[in-house]
Design a protein around this ligand. Structure first.
Ligand SMILES: [Zn+2]
Length: 330
């Protein structure tokens, strides 16, 4: 199945092709005999200066390969073309020849590598495809990332749409490994998670982040809906969780436990329940997640202070002249 490239006539900003190249220092963790994690970021000391201000690289960025024999499905594609070329070469080195893609949602750090697999299946929810198409020009120019604090994000040289879409739920098999894709509105509208019933593993994408979740602009009015959706996720029989933005040492040594979901639900609930408190905008991140840090469910990773500050300001501004919404913990 062939993916459609979105053709855009005029892009003023520099793209992926115009900037200094870099040599990715991707770390690899073998999670099971069918699941691999590729991890980049957090330590940016050896990377060129232009890359240091990218928030995803500061947070740490993972994608995952589900593989069997000569076939693999990539769960997200990372942000820069050097990264996806590195991962592609790694998989080819394992003898893998057939590579397909799942896009967990439409943010650049999850879809920028689609260009390499435009002749393959690229799976997402219907909403994710519509969002990529809607924001294609801003994704290509890099302007989409200005909102998130990286004015020099170079954009994608090519925006490629998913070509197999679904609503609500889709099941696929990679060899005999059953993978359930569930549409869950926990980050962007149209976000999905992957669940492996055999080993009760969840690939959470950006539904769970360590230290805290990011509230994308435009979703602030729907945080109460997301809190309810965490209740739905909490009913999954989960042993291990692997996020897109977390700690590599946890990922490589067994993953996060189910408390990760509860921690996210608790954080988002506090964003709502504390919004009228006098210290809402100034209270340190520790006052929101300190109890989870003590139990090593989360850690304070410094760049998340900026994201937390962004979150509380977004929520505060939105609800200034509106009633406090009801929270349903499901
Ligand atoms: Zn992300």
């Amino acid at each position: 199945m062939r993916s459609e490239r979105v053709s855009i006539g005029h892009v003023e900003r520099k793209t992926d092709d115009d900037r200094e190249a870099f040599d990715p220092k991707i770390q690899v963790a073998v999670i099971t005999d069918y699941l691999i994690c590729f991890y980049d970021g957090r330590d940016l000391s050896t990377y060129p200066k232009w890359l240091h201000q990218n928030i995803d690289m500061q947070l740490g960025l993972s994608c995952y390969a589900i593989h069997s024999g000569d076939t693999a499905v990539l769960f997200d594609t990372m942000l820069y073309k050097e990264q996806i070329l590195w991962i592609d070469a790694y998989l080819k080195g394992m003898g893998i020849r057939n590579i397909s893609v799942i896009n967990s949602h439409w943010d650049p750090d999850h879809i920028a590598g689609n260009f390499l697999y435009k002749d393959r299946d690229i799976i997402s929810t219907e909403y994710t495809r519509v969002n990529i198409e809607t924001y294609a020009q801003a994704l290509q120019s890099g302007e989409i990332w200005q909102l998130y604090g990286d004015p020099s994000y170079p954009g994608m040289s090519e925006v490629v749409l998913p070509n197999r879409t679904f609503r609500d739920q889709m099941t696929l098999f990679v060899g005999d490994v059953k993978v359930e894709l569930h549409e869950v509105f926990l980050h962007q509208l149209g976000s999905l998670v992957a669940y492996f019933p055999k080993d009760r593993i969840l690939l959470a994408a950006d539904a769970c982040e360590d230290s805290v979740l990011f509230i994308p602009p435009g979703t602030e009015a729907l945080v109460p809906v997301q809190i309810t959706t965490y209740g739905k996720l909490n009913k999954f029989d989960i042993d291990r969780i692997y996020p897109s933005h977390g700690r590599f040492d946890i990922i490589k040594s067994g993953g996060y436990g189910k408390e990760f979901v509860a921690a996210m639900m608790d954080y988002k609930s506090q964003l709502i329940s504390r919004m009228r408190d006098a210290d809402y905008l100034t209270a340190p991140l520790e006052s929101f997640i300190g109890a989870w840090v003590e139990r090593n469910v989360l850690e304070i990773h410094e760049p998340y202070r900026w994201l937390h500050e962004y979150n509380v300001n977004l929520i505060y501004k939105h609800y200034t002249d509106k009633p406090t919404p009801v929270i349903n913990l499901g």
